[in-house]
Design a protein around this ligand. Structure first.
Ligand code: NDP
Ligand code: 2IT
Length: 448
């Protein structure tokens, strides 16, 4: 781990004391605070206004009971969260995660990251995140519907197109957004498109939103490669996960001439030296909701490695697209040793601090999540824009906007890193440029 400036250290200590046990939140805060020492030298007004202290404290945290009845008529109780972290730049914006590991510390790390990610998009969105410890795996469609309806029956009062606009994340896709939008509409008697993003195309959704995070992350890596006079053409790639972000990362990699040979789920990974057949992955995951191991039922030449470590597969480009802390220091060393030259994070905080250090020391192209995966939320903001004007844009136009946004994010991070004496360090570039944007708005608003 690198060090925190002595002026910032007491702020980090206070975060640890005030948020005991929330280790993922501590990790996310530390990574940003490590970049901020030089910012306070150039902008002493941020210290005078105690901007860092304020940014680390969510504006509002909502925790609620989510009771529902399963198919056996048994009452189940889950816990729901929405952390409305920062609204300096726009309404709270960020996804909902349904996964058994969810607790306040996970939602706070994600909400904190989201503030800076959203600032990088250049679009008017603040940062928030929510979710539940509900596990959608093995649940029937009717159970998922009843859960989503109960979740929204509490959450709706906190939402609104100018207040807080959720979307998907792990375990929340088009189906869940549909159930939640339906319940919001029923309770409020308002057809308010701008209250959720990731909607279906027939009822206010945007083309490209489904693809956006994966496409955007791949565009970001493409930009990093261009700086090095490289491209995806002919590169062997590894993409962890096999959900929304992973699938559309693999799709764009293929379109840009790369070959993905491995992807995974929480049980194991598949290796297909001929290149993953994406139509089959989509059929298994999006249509049939099955496991990635079922891939080898169709392709006998491919291998399924149960409980294996996907990062042991040699590659030139790695795109972690499953979950937090999926690449540790040893994995990072293995990747670098095996010839990996670029890492683009589709997932949020997938690399541990030790892993990040390995990538930065090796001077490979490393695109941190808050920059590389910002295409999803950026396209959510484009969906809000279409909803506000009751318009819908073509696929080509929307993808062009996304590509341009990712180029701009890359440029901003690259130039800010140079300006602050850390050329090529996209972590520094992303943290500093995003922080300054949010901080300037907060100074303008006074003490609120
Ligand atoms: P999905 O639910 O569609 O897919 C998640 C994938 O990751 C699945 O393959 C899942 O495997 C795997 N996974 C989830 N949790 C774990 C775990 N604890 N250990 C190992 N594998 C795990 O989610 P998304 O694709 O939407 O999200 C993936 C990542 O991208 C997350 O970090 C999310 O925060 C981030 N992200 C998502 C955006 C979006 O627009 N959806 C935008 C920006 C970032 P299994 O089925 O076995 O659980
Ligand atoms: O982590 C993320 O940026 C998301 N899950 C997408 C958030 C959004 O509002 O589209």
């Amino acid at each position: 781990m690198s060090s925190i400036d002595e002026k910032v250290e007491p702020i980090y200590k206070a975060v640890l004391d005030r948020n005991p046990g929330e280790i993922e939140f501590h990790q996310a805060v530390r990574e940003v605070l490590e970049s901020l020492g030089p910012v306070l030298v150039k902008h002493p007004e941020f210290a005078d206004h105690r901007i860092i202290e304020r940014i680390c404290e969510p504006e509002r945290q909502i925790i609620f009971r989510v009771p529902w009845v399963d198919d056996k008529n048994v009452v189940q109780i889950n816990r729901g969260f929405r952390v409305e972290f920062n609204s300096a730049l726009g309404p709270y914006k960020g996804g909902l995660r349904f996964h058994p590991s969810v607790y306040l510390g996970i939602i706070k790390f994600l909400g904190f990251e989201q503030i800076f990610k959203n600032a990088l998009t250049g679009l008017p969105i603040g940062g928030g995140k929510g979710g539940s410890d509900f596990d959608p795996k093995g649940k029937s469609d009717a159970e998922v519907m009843r859960f989503c309806q109960s979740f929204m029956t509490e959450l709706y009062r906190h939402l609104g197109e100018y207040t807080d606009v959720p979307a998907g994340d792990i375990g929340v896709g088009g189906r869940e957004i549909g159930y939640m939008f339906g319940q919001y509409k029923r309770i409020t008697n308002r057809w308010e498109a701008g209250v959720l993003t990731g909607k279906g195309l027939d009822w206010g959704g945007s083309l490209v939103r489904t693809e956006a995070t994966g496409y955007g992350a791949t565009f970001f890596v493409d930009e990093m490669l261009k700086v090095r006079n490289e491209s995806f053409d002919g590169k062997t790639c590894i993409v962890s996960g096999s959900g929304n972000v992973s699938i559309y990362t693999m799709e764009k990699i293929a379109q840009l001439g790369g070959k993905t040979v491995a992807c995974s789920d929480s049980n194991g990974y598949i290796y297909d030296e001929k290149g993953i057949d994406l139509d089959l992955v989509k059929q298994l995951k999006e249509v049939e909701r099955r496991r990635i191991k079922n891939y080898v039922d169709v392709y006998k030449h491919a291998k399924y490695i149960s409980k294996g470590n996907i990062w042991e597969v040699p590659c030139q480009v790695a795109m972690p697209s499953a979950t937090q802390n999926e690449i540790n220091g040893k994995d990072a060393e293995m990747l670098v040793k095996n010839g990996c030259i670029a890492v683009g994070e589709g997932a949020n905080m997938p690399t541990t601090p030790e892993g990040i250090k390995v990538f930065l020391d090796a001077k490979i192209a490393y695109g941190p999540g808050k920059a590389a995966n910002a295409g999803g939320v950026a396209t959510s903001a484009l969906e809000m824009q279409q909803n506000a004007s009751r318009d819908s844009w073509s696929f080509e136009y929307t993808e062009d906007r996304l590509r341009q946004i990712m180029r701009n994010i890359h440029k901003t991070c690259y130039e800010t890193a140079e300006e602050y004496g850390a050329p090529g360090n996209y972590v520094t570039g992303a943290n500093i440029s995003a922080f300054i944007k949010v901080a300037q708005a907060m100074v303008a608003f006074g003490v609120i």
